[in-house]
Each structure stands twice: as C-alpha cells, then as structure tokens.
Design a protein around this ligand. Sequence first.
Ligand SMILES: Nc1ncnc2c1ncn2[C@@H]1O[C@H](COP(=O)(O)OP(=O)(O)OP(=O)(O)O)[C@@H](O)[C@H]1O
Ligand SMILES: [Mg+2]
Length: 269
Amino acid sequence: MTKDFIVTKEHRRFAEFATAVRKEQTIGICHGDAGVGKTQSARRYAHWDTLGPFIAEWGPRTEDDATHYAAANRSRTVFYTPEVLPRHKDLMREIEHLRMRLGICVDEHQRNIGKVTGSRAVDMTRWIELLIIDEAERLTPTALELLRDQHDRHQLAIILIGMPGIDQRFRHYPQLYSRLGFSHRYRALGREELLFVLDRHWKRLGRILDPDDFTDAQAIAAIERITRGNFRLLERLFPQIARVLRINQLETITDDVIEAAASILVIGD
Ligand SMILES: Nc1ncnc2c1ncn2[C@@H]1O[C@H](COP(=O)(O)OP(=O)(O)OP(=O)(O)O)[C@@H](O)[C@H]1O
Ligand SMILES: [Mg+2]
C-alpha cells in the first residue's frame, strides 16, 4: 500500500495533528467516516508498513537495520489496532511489547549517531512518545482507564482513531475527557484532490483525464456524486470501471460506464 500512498491535504492535516498531540503530550481523538483514509494516514505517520513487520519479525540483523532505526527515531510512534473484544491484560502487554521493541530501535539509532553511550539497562519504552490506537471504539471503559493511566505515568501521548461520534462517547468518561487535548475530524477528499486522484486512475487505465472535456467532466461529476470523495469507494470503483470497459470493449470512460461500474458495487447511501 505504501507505494500507492497519495500525500493528500487530509494526510498533511493528520500529520500536523499527530505532531501537535505528541509535542503537547496529550490525548487526541481523530474521527471520520469509514474509508476516508484514517488508518492509512496513521500507518504512514508511524512508518508502520515497514516498522510494523520489522519489529514483529525481529529477525537476524541485516544492513537495512540502520534505516529502520532511523525511521523509528523520527516517528517515535507505535501504531496499534486492538482486537475485537480485547482482553485487558493482552492489550496492555501487546502495547508494552511494541513500545519496548520500537524503543530499542530508537535507542540503537541514538547509539549509531553517538548521542547515547554506555549500558543498555534503562527502560526502552521511554523513547516512545506517541501511541496511536486505531479502531478505538473496540476499547472498553477499563481499557481506556488503563491507557489513561499509562498516559499519566509516562507522559505518553495517545491518539484514538474512530468513527464519527467516538468523541461524544468519550464524554461519558470524565477522567479521560478532561485530558483530551485535540479532536480532529478526518474529511473526505475535496474536489481538487479528487481530480488529482482521478488523474492517476485515468493514467493507470491508459487514458488522459481532461476536466475541460465535456465527457470527462460528466464522468467526474458521476464519480463525485457516487463516492463523495471517499477513498475506499474510489478504490473499489476503479477495478469495476476497468471491467466494464473491457467487457463492453469501450475506449472512453463515460458517466454511463461509471454508473454501470457503480451498480455492481454495494454502495450504501
Ligand atoms: N492517502 C492515500 N493514498 C492512497 N490510497 C488511500 C489513501 N488513503 C486511503 N486510501 C485507500 O482507501 C482505503 C481506505 O482507507 P483507510 O482504511 O485508511 O480508511 P479508514 O478511514 O481507516 O476507514 P475505517 O473507518 O473503515 O477504518 C485504503 O484501503 C486505500 O485503498
Ligand atoms: Mg481504519
């Protein structure tokens, strides 16, 4: 997924939000509709597509290690997705484990650049500044309380990612709520960015998008109406568009093609 990642304005806004939460050592909530790109942004911020597998494998050392250590040092962020119905002990143990392993990576980097010398006996988790929890609605009140405790003890900044309304849910937990520093709404793609993304999709299908062309303009309008700038819907729509073109041996992506492609997908209102 990393190679296709598009640095959108929403992603940049997310990165600014995450950096602010981290700097202020506070707790932040990020909420937005399903499929707008919250998870992808958070993983990108944490370099999790590379660091996640790296710390999970924890294999023999290789020449690439220094690159991973440097990435860990830059982000100092653990990305975590709780299971459905997580058990509290497992949840906290897994998070601790990730903080420790990532902390070791940061420590290695600090040693590589000569900032840290001497024995390794200290607590490695102290290097980790931010914990991002995806699918935060899976957390029970007890889990939230345990995380708040971690935040208090270690000044660990936390971002909870969830669907719209999650911020309202947290109102019921005054201890957590009173510590919330920022609430961030992750929005769907705006028109300009939708055009940018569509341009790439058109190219992928071997065509050139021209918003001034009548047919293309109608196609764009149809996509805008159907997807409302939702990344996931866009990603699901395009394989179907390719299919409709192929089956009907068509050359041009018209609004009819798009309607036909959309009719195959289950898209709720
Ligand atoms: N910046 C991006 N660049 C390219 N593709 C993206 C980007 N963001 C999202 N996508 C695409 O959109 C899909 C949905 O994104 P993502 O899983 O991050 O949404 P989400 O907001 O976390 O949704 P949910 O609330 O359902 O978890 C991704 O699988 C990916 O195909
Ligand atoms: Mg998600």
